[in-house]
Write a protein that binds this ligand. Structure first.
Ligand SMILES: Cc1cc2nc3c(=O)[nH]c(=O)nc-3n(C[C@H](O)[C@H](O)[C@H](O)COP(=O)(O)OP(=O)(O)OC[C@H]3O[C@@H](n4cnc5c(N)ncnc54)[C@H](O)[C@@H]3O)c2cc1C
Length: 339
């Protein structure tokens, strides 16, 4: 029997560490819990699905039912000499999944090491880091449609992955619970992604000239640990904003006014600007307003220094957006899910 609790604090279940109380709360441990929820009519009242809570900003208490996804299990589904198809249940901790693939010497997830959260949330924003995005290894997912009790399969094209984006960010966020994902990984001749200078530098500092997938994972882990605040110690949800994409003409206008502008090639011939750099230029890096702050080692990360509530962090983000718009004419969009 699935247990539904009342008035449960979500403070330890979101990495910002902000307080919000779920009116009702249940943990999903096995696939059949979802069918049971549906049969009992409880699925209709789902107001929030939580995995690791590492990409949400909770603004207030959550009415209705909050589901915590703890569906467990990883397995090999099919393999050839060169490739392997694996599946992971949605509640598997993402980094545990990465470590599992590395233990089996499977390649594809090494650059995505140490991203917090769960496997089931990974498709939602097509998680990405150091030149790799989930979509590069993604095969399909199975989602449980809460209102109908049906299981629906989505392949990569149907997920419409984009930069920190998928179809799931553009529909009712409580329509589907992503229960399982399938990934296609390499078993040999791994295609390493070492384009990011920091990875190359870390490998060469350690005297590694022919890196393995495990070496790349260790390098990525070390880089991340040196730059990003550990949510166990300082509340945060990683990058608060997306890097904005602008037209070539817009980028030229900005470069003329700000020759130091940090930019990269974006999708569809557009130019991606470094949101962290834009924020830093507005003097926000390291500043705080009450307990809400802009992290001193990475301006893109907003932090909860102690007892900030969701509204405090949202208010800080509004000030930052206002200043970036005033100085550069660029509108920053949140990467995180504001609930
Ligand atoms: C320190 C730090 C560093 C980070 N670095 C990166 C990075 O490099 N790259 C990157 O892409 N992200 C990064 N993130 C963001 C975050 O880790 C990812 O977005 C992650 O995939 C979120 O997983 P989660 O389980 O915590 O999702 P949650 O925060 O629990 O949920 C995120 C959203 O997905 C929904 N959701 C969650 N699980 C499910 C499910 N099973 N079915 C349907 N909906 C669901 C929620 O309702 C919510 O809207 C970082 C976060 C932190 C704190």
């Amino acid at each position: 029997m699935i247990k539904i609790e009342e008035k449960v604090s979500l403070r330890n279940l979101n990495t910002f560490g902000v307080e919000a109380v779920a009116e009702r709360f249940a943990v999903i441990h096995k696939d059949s819990d979802l069918d049971e929820l549906y049969r009992e009519g409880a699925a209709d009242s789902v107001a929030l699905i939580l995995g690791g809570g590492s990409n949400v900003l909770l603004l207030s208490d959550i009415p209705g039912l909050t589901l915590l996804n703890r569906l467990e299990g990883i397995r090999v589904e099919a393999e050839t000499d060169d490739r392997v198809l694996i599946s992971a249940m949605g509640g598997v901790i993402w980094h545990d999944l990465v470590l599992w693939t590395l233990r089996h010497n499977f390649g594809g997830l090494e650059n995505l090491s140490l991203i917090p959260g769960t496997a089931g949330a990974a498709p939602i924003q097509n998680i990405g880091a150091y030149g790799v995005e989930l979509k590069m290894v993604f095969e399909k997912l199975e989602a449980f449609e809460l209102k109908t009790g049906k299981r629906v399969s989505f392949n990569a094209a149907e997920c419409r992955f984009g930069y920190r984006d998928s179809i799931f960010k553009h529909m009712d966020r409580n329509r589907f619970l992503i229960a399982r994902i399938w990934l296609s990984l390499s078993k040999r001749n791994h295609q390493l992604h070492l384009e990011y200078g920091a990875i190359r530098q870390m490998l060469s500092e350690n005297g590694i000239t022919h890196p393995t997938v495990q070496d790349v994972s260790r390098a990525v882990t070390a880089i991340r640990q040196s730059k990003l605040p550990d949510p166990e110690k300082i509340g945060n949800a990683g990058s608060f904003f997306k890097n904005p994409e602008v037209t070539v003409a817009e980028a030229e206008r900005l470069k003329a006014a700000f020759p130091e502008l940090v930019h990269f090639p974006g999708a569809d011939g557009r130019i991606k600007l470094s949101a962290g750099w834009l924020i830093e230029q507005c003097g926000w890096k390291g500043r705080r307003v009450g307990d809400a702050g802009c992290y001193d080692k990475q301006a893109l990360v907003l932090v909860n220094w102690a007892d900030a509530v969701g509204e405090d962090i949202l208010a800080l983000s509004t000030l930052i957006r206002r200043d970036v718009r005033a100085k550069f004419g660029v509108d920053l969009q949140p990467e995180i899910n504001i609930v």
